[in-house]
Design a protein around this ligand. Structure first.
Ligand code: HDE
Length: 750
């Protein structure tokens, strides 16, 4: 019967396994070789309790990478099966009553596949939905035993595995990477005392002082609820309405409107723990601590017009950048530092250490480097690792403790709670990426998706029937810092929390003129999107308390002719700031130590290009670690004047915004072709407008001129040399500076 039916069935000749009866892969299939993965997981290992970190020591020296082996699956080989392991005969058609008849409910294979598919998505994070992660390690520079008993700092050279997730805050999971936003910088340390999560940001302060305002803040910044717009943007009515009624947000607004909110790369931004935490020794001696991370590549940003254009050209810009760098062995690295404040200095400053809208200026308390953070491995699977990783501000280990920061208090609750919904129950600690690398021994049982198969009849403590195990660890365990507590129950804030403008002013005054201009432009842009004039004016009145050097130009750009009076301060008391200017607050203070490594350079080529110049420049740049791409109007071979080259990409596929610098190598007919090509000219113009370095050789100068940029003028970062001339060293020197904002004009020249 089967034979008869199949003769009349529609058939795809090129698919040998159309009906599954061939039982073999299609001709021409390639079997990927995954020896390492295949060897790592036998069925029995994959089912063992140890994979959850839950029942016994990890075999491989407690390194996270090794512990994940038990859960890694090689790409499936051989015939298809259902989730129950039943071989599937046919994966092309569902079961029907007759070829043109109805599908049958008893097709359990169809139903299993569709049901699984229907459930493939989990709720996205309510904030920080869009993110990218990587594995790596933390290495201690020295023992910090005199300050803390936390495991990562126990001895010089000690390495602790980490997983880091970077994120934007407001946008949904599929939103663009280059939104103006705070960036999350969440670090999970898999320590040999259990997991410690430092759930940090790329800015050292926050919008609000008390967790009770967090839902309001997030509701205000997220897309407006009636029409779900705008996506991944704070430039709208509700955000500015809220923050202009919450003057405590002023300091954070400075950071958010600064270039910090549009980083060039996750690899080129700082990280901050924000709150004041405590280091605690085994003897119970505590020291206040603030955590800082500073990138080896320096701190670099995009310009706003560029960020907007990248959002279209490559919405995955930061995700791709991180992935490609790690893939190429260019491992991002940060120096991990701490500000240490003795307990007795708790009330010493003009601001409150428990106020997350304040920094401790580094002039008052310097940052001491204590280790390095290196990211050296991309995840194997985005969902399993980056999406399912669950950070929690409450995950601390012995040696690290909280303070009474009221924002932190809310976070200690929120993260655990949010995972219950997002990851579907209380057993998310068993998901491989979240599992500790040390044994998890307790009597918690059951719940959705329990992986561990606990044996024995005892699930309580104390007991004698299980030899008393597991028993409490006493002083070897987490002993909360015995913070003295007194006072009456009340809502309210400490006095210094009411001072909202000193550090906003400190931040603005510490920026270079170009950075200040970007802040002014950002306020004007965002408020320009606000439709309610009163909200714009209220924000300007708030900014007047920072400095009129900011408020007046913003008001001018908004067409506010009559300057509103400064917003009345929340306190009449004057808190004199200790520091009025701090170099550490300008991005320009951290040029980095890595030269031009991983910076992307476009060399523009058309037929007739000076191939020798292309080769010389490319070789010199590659030798310095830059990534060079030959960009043209089409892919493939480009016939050069003396030497032919191969184009990697086109002006359309890779516009100038995805590059850090450019070379116009010249060649008579190549230059002529570019001068007739609006895309090539547009490339040159936008790259110039975004203040990026360029090297222009020979006839390339004509292209520059055609793009309305005078090749004889001396623009910082623009190097024009004659044919055969060598400007590579100048280009490299300019690239180390990243951007040449001295070139910026208002309005832009091109
Ligand atoms: Fe978060 N935050 N947050 N936050 N946060 C979340 O937890 C929350 C705050 C930060 O890559 C959520 O798992 C409250 C400050 C990062 O998975 C949620 C308050 C800082 C990430 C949550 C804050 C952060 C989150 C959403 C004020 C910098 C992404 C999903 C009281 C120090 C972590 C999740 C990742 C994520 C709550 C304020 C950093 C809802 C209640 C301050 C980097 O639990």
């Amino acid at each position: 019967v089967i034979g008869e039916v199949s003769a009349s069935m529609p058939h795809n000749d090129t698919k040998a396994s159309e009906y599954g009866r061939a039982g073999a892969p299609p001709a021409g299939s390639v079997s990927p070789v995954f020896d390492d993965l295949a060897a790592a997981s036998t069925p029995s290992e994959m089912n063992s309790n140890a994979k959850t970190g839950g029942a016994g020591p990890v075999k491989d020296g407690q390194f996270k990478d090794g512990s994940l082996d038990k859960d890694r699956a090689p790409p499936p080989q051989g015939p298809l099966t259902t989730n129950q392991g039943v071989l599937m005969a046919d994966n092309q058609s569902s079961l029907k009553a007759g070829l043109r008849g109805p599908a049958l409910l008893k097709d359990f294979i169809l139903r299993e596949k569709i049901t699984h598919f229907d459930h493939e998505r989990i709720p996205e994070r309510v904030v920080h939905a869009r993110g990218s992660g990587a594995h790596g390690f933390f290495e201690a520079f020295d023992s910090l035993e005199h300050l803390t008993c936390a495991a990562p700092f126990a001895e010089k050279g000690k390495k602790t595995p980490v997983f880091v997730r970077f994120s934007t805050v407001a946008g949904e999971r599929g939103s663009k990477d280059t939104a103006r936003d705070v960036r999350g910088f969440a670090i999970k340390f898999y320590t040999d005392q259990g997991n410690w999560d430092l759930v940090a940001n790329n800015m050292p302060v926050f919008f609000i002082q008390d967790a009770i305002k967090f839902p309001d803040l997030v509701h205000a910044v997220k897309p407006e609820p009636h029409h779900a717009m705008p996506q991944a943007a704070s430039a709208h009515d509700t955000f500015w309405d809220f923050v202009s009624l919450m003057p405590e947000s002023t300091h954070m607004l400075m950071w958010q409107m600064s270039d910090r909110a549009i980083p060039r790369s996750y690899r080129m931004m700082q990280g901050f723990g924000v709150h004041t935490f405590r280091f605690v020794t085994r003897e119970g001696k505590a020291t206040f601590v603030k955590f800082h991370l500073t990138p080896k590549l320096g701190t670099h940003s995009l310009v706003w017009d560029e960020a907007v254009k990248i959002a279209g050209a490559d919405p995955d810009f930061h995700r791709r950048d991180l992935w490609e760098a790690i893939d190429a062995g260019e491992y991002p690295e940060w120096t991990f530092g701490v500000q240490l404040i003795p307990e007795e200095d708790a009330e010493k400053f003009s601001f409150d250490l428990l106020d997350s809208t304040k920094i401790i200026p580094e002039e008052l308390v310097p940052v001491t480097p204590i280790g390095r953070l290196v990211l050296n491995r991309n995840p194997d699977n985005f969902f399993a690792e980056t999406e399912q990783v669950a950070f929690c501000a409450a995950h601390v280990i012995p040696g690290i403790d909280f303070t009474n920061d009221p924002l932190l208090a809310g976070r200690i609750h929120s993260y655990q709670d949010t995972q219950l919904l997002r990851l579907g129950g209380p057993n998310f600690h068993e998901i491989p990426i979240n599992a500790a690398v040390v044994p998890v021994n307790n009597n918690q049982r059951d719940g959705f998706h329990r992986q561990t198969i606990h044996r024995g009849k005892v699930a309580y403590e104390p007991n004698s029937l299980a030899g008393g195990c597991p028993f409490q660890a006493g002083n070897a365990g987490f002993v909360p810092f015995p913070e003295p507590v007194s006072g009456v129950e009340l809502t309210g804030k400490p006095e210094k929390f009411a001072e909202h403008y000193n550090q906003a002013r400190l931040f603005f005054n510490s920026q270079t003129p170009a950075e200040q201009k970007h802040i002014i432009d950002a306020f004007a842009f965002e408020l320009g999107k606000v439709t309610v004039p009163a909200v714009r004016e209220r924000t300007v009145s708030m900014l007047r308390n920072v400095t009129d050097a900011l408020a007046i130009p913003v008001a001018k750009k908004l067409g506010i002719t009559k300057l509103p009076p400064p917003m009345p301060p929340a306190t009449d008391k004057v808190f004199k700031p200790e520091v009025e200017k701090s170099d550490f607050l300008s991005l320009r203070s951290f040029p980095g130590e890595a030269g031009i490594r991983t910076r992307k350079v476009a060399i523009l080529c058309e037929d007739g290009v000076d191939g020798a110049a292309v080769r010389n420049v490319a070789e010199a740049l590659i030798a310095e670690g830059a990534v060079v791409r030959l960009v043209s109007s089409r892919l493939g071979a480009i016939t050069g004047e003396s030497l032919s080259v191969e184009a990697d990409t086109t002006y359309e596929a890779s516009p100038s915004v995805v590059f850090d610098a450019m070379v116009l190598p010249g060649g008579k007919s190549a230059a002529e072709a570019m001068m007739k090509n609006g895309e090539a000219l547009g490339f040159v113009r936008t790259l110039f407008r975004h203040c990026k370095p360029m090297l222009v050789i020979g006839e390339g100068a004509q292209v520059l001129k055609k793009a309305d940029i005078d090749p004889t003028a001396s623009y910082p970062g623009v190097h024009v040399v004659a044919k055969g001339g060598d400007g590579t060293a100048d280009l490299i020197a300019s690239m180390i500076k990243h951007r040449h904002f001295e070139r910026e004009t208002d309005p832009p020249m091109v």
